[in-house]
Design a protein around this ligand. Structure first.
Ligand code: NAP
Length: 294
């Protein structure tokens, strides 16, 4: 039996539509127009593609979108001045600095300068700490998307055994916290973990966030488990173009798993949709309104 393929594209489209509905409601009922500012430093082609898609989706959801493009050689102090300006701009409820930044900029200092109430990427230590403490927080978008995809298959994760492979601040660590909040039992693995295959074989939920093409093999997966593949790896094709593959050997794993996300068409679709959710939530919180219905 082959796995149910979790349709990230459809789930993200549904989420974006629900965000748009809530944006229309807060506009109508409270005169609130949520706004997202995205800061792009330099002209890395992949970052430009992400920023364009964020701009397009923000506008499509009915929110205000502000793009700030800075030259690759911008000074740290000029970038901090822009962030300070966005922190006090009442039309801006979410601030996202597109990563990675050029080497001469100190990423931690830049992230720490963002008002935590507007930190829609969920990377500020205040938000990371609140999430770790089990308090309400803006959580990073990709792990949020992973939870929504999982819950499309398992509405309750209580008592399930989960393994998160990868411990980055962007994905693995916040995903661990979100899974704990859902009352899952979580193992977190990384490059120093021993016998990953054996650890995976015990998991009802497998999250791969490593950045190594097809590292998780089909025979690591417990029959019937749900597999969420966060990895985005570009491999060369014979025609000189590239193809995307995840961190999971999809063709093998889908023969064993109960449900699995494809790459592309899985987690990647959810990240921008969850950014819209975070912007709407931040706008409502800043305006003193109740948490929106998404
Ligand atoms: P990262 O910061 O490079 O972290 C990778 C993690 O994988 C680290 O914790 C590392 O362990 C661990 N790791 C490396 N080799 C390993 C191995 N052989 N066995 C077990 N663990 C290993 O990457 P990231 O930012 O979390 O991203 C991970 C992947 O997700 C990438 O492919 C990225 O492109 C993708 N991604 C996708 C989205 C999306 O929207 N779909 C968003 C973000 C990231 P150590 O800590 O020990 O070094």
């Amino acid at each position: 039996m082959t796995a149910h393929i979790i349709d990230g594209k459809a789930i993200a489209a549904d989420l974006r539509a629900r965000v748009a509905g809530e944006v229309a409601r807060v506009k109508r009922e409270h005169g609130l127009l949520p706004g997202l500012a995205v800061v792009l430093v330099g002209n890395d082609p992949a970052s430009e593609v992400y920023v364009r898609s964020k701009h397009r989706e923000t506008q499509a959801a009915g929110m205000a979108s502000f793009e700030h493009k800075l030259p690759a050689n911008v000074s740290q102090s000029d970038l901090l001045i822009l962030i300070d300006r966005l922190n006090v701009d009442s039309a801006v409820h979410g601030i996202l600095v597109q990563l990675p930044l050029p080497k001469h900029l100190h990423t931690e200092t830049i992230i720490n300068a963002i008002d935590p109430a507007k930190d829609v990427d969920g990377l500020h230590p205040n938000n990371a700490g609140r999430l770790a403490g089990g308090f309400a927080a803006l959580a990073p978008c990709t792990p949020l998307g992973c939870i929504i995809l999982t819950k499309s298959v398992h509405p309750s994760l209580e008592g399930m055994n989960a393994i998160v492979i990868g411990r980055s601040n962007l994905v693995g660590r916040p995903l661990l916290q979100l899974l704990l909040n859902e009352n899952a039992t979580v193992t977190i693995a990384h490059s120093r973990s021993r016998d990953l295959a054996k650890l995976c074989a015990q998991a009802d939920l497998v999250y791969a966030a490593v950045g190594k093409p097809e590292m998780v093999r089909g025979d690591w997966i417990k029959p019937g488990a749900t597999v969420i593949d966060v990895g985005i790896n570009r491999l060369p094709r014979e025609d000189g173009k590239t193809r995307l593959v995840g961190d999971v050997a999809f063709a093998e794993a889908k023969e064993v798993a109960g449900a699995i996300t494809p790459v592309p068409g899985g987690v990647g679709q959810m990240t921008v949709a969850c950014l819209l959710v975070n912007t709407l939530r931040a706008a409502c919180a800043i305006a003193g309104l109740p948490k929106p219905g998404v």
